[in-house]
Design a protein around this ligand. Structure first.
Ligand code: NAI
Length: 299
């Protein structure tokens, strides 16, 4: 099987460098017409540059098709204009990779509310703004592929990244509901948790690992998740050529007896409650309710 993107129009946000650039180059190489979005700021989200235009030059130089867009993903009007341009120039939008992001790392004790909001605004609200702007087009086309960018910090935590982690797990949550709402319209929504040596992580990686974690090695997982063959409601981790799947699971738990429905009852059963034997991966929130009812029936 060959995965190509002939006839597809893809928008990649934050594609002026790092992972977004790598996604955009490979999408274009495989036939997509690409909108390379990036406001070209610094790592903390300040400033602007022509980063997107430089990636478009690279794509054009190799015979691909792309246009640059400098909208901030946090600006609904500028994002709406970007979608309009994509529709006008290329006739639709089939793929959206929400990849733009910033960092304002600090321990929670020292983190200002402003730094918390700024990070949520770019990652979580920005992805919602871009997704909302393409949602109707994808419904009309009965075709859409959307990728959210989470992070190991969101899924598992990381010291000094409370704002970033909240935004990133929020994105995985956003993807889960949109996967359900998009199903009827052949719109598949997935999440990637990449690990790559980019300017975002350059001071975290030991030098000997920088070489192994090239952004290009995340591209296969990301492109599979926005291809015709894509599953939906999947979270993939990807880095250095290793691809993993992450799940939000639910244990079987314990149906507390009448006299045990107390904090002490929970404490007494905690090991069994947390025990992982027979855990499930619910495909919607309603499945938690169903599993509770099953437990009450003694199943
Ligand atoms: P990067 O800093 O090279 O890429 C982020 C891009 O987003 C930058 O080019 C930046 O200008 C752009 N951007 C920032 N704010 C924007 C806005 N408001 N509107 C439009 N563009 C904006 O870093 P990297 O590593 O390529 O990050 C890409 C995504 O992957 C981010 O969402 C990041 O959080 C995520 N990620 C990266 C990991 C890694 O190991 N590199 C780990 C986990 C997640």
């Amino acid at each position: 099987m060959t995965i190509d993107f002939e006839g597809r129009v893809a928008i990649v946000t934050g594609a002026g460098g790092g992972l977004g650039r790598a996604y955009a180059l490979e999408l274009a190489r495989r036939g997509a017409r690409v909108v390379v979005n990036d406001l070209g700021g610094t790592r903390d989200g300040t400033g602007q540059s022509d980063a997107a235009a430089r990636v478009v030059e690279e794509i054009l130089a190799t015979g691909g098709t792309a246009i640059a867009n400098g909208a901030s993903v946090t600006d609904p009007r500028a994002v709406a204009a970007m979608i309009e341009t994509a529709r006008a120039e290329y006739g639709g939008v089939h793929i959206l990779i929400n990849n733009a992001g910033i960092l304002r790392d600090k321990s929670f004790a020292k983190m200002s509310v402003e730094d918390f909001r700024a990070v949520i605004d770019v990652h979580l609200v920005g992805s919602a703004i871009c997704t909302k702007a393409v949602w109707e087009t994808m419904r009309e086309q009965a075709y859409g592929r959307i990728l959210m960018t989470a992070s190991s910090t969101g899924l598992y935590g990381n010291f000094g990244q409370a704002n970033y982690g909240a935004a990133k797990l929020g994105l995985a949550g956003l993807a889960k509901t949109l996967a359900l709402e998009g199903a009827k319209y052949n719109t598949k929504v997935n999440t990637i948790a990449p690990v790559a040596a980019t300017r975002m992580t350059e001071d975290l990686f030991p030098p000997e690992l920088l070489e192994r974690f090239q952004p290009e090695l995340v591209v296969p997982a990301a492109l599979f998740l926005v291809s015709d063959e894509a599953p939906t409601n999947v979270i993939l981790g990807a880095g250095a050529g290793v691809v993993q799947a992450a799940y939000v699971t639910l244990t079987r738990g314990v149906a507390l007896g009448e006299g045990e429905r107390t904090p002490e009852g929970v404490a007494a059963h905690f090991a069994e409650i947390a025990g992982r034997e027979g855990e499930i991966v619910p495909q919607s929130g309603a499945e938690q309710t169903m599993s509770i009812l099953q437990r009450l029936q003694g199943q």
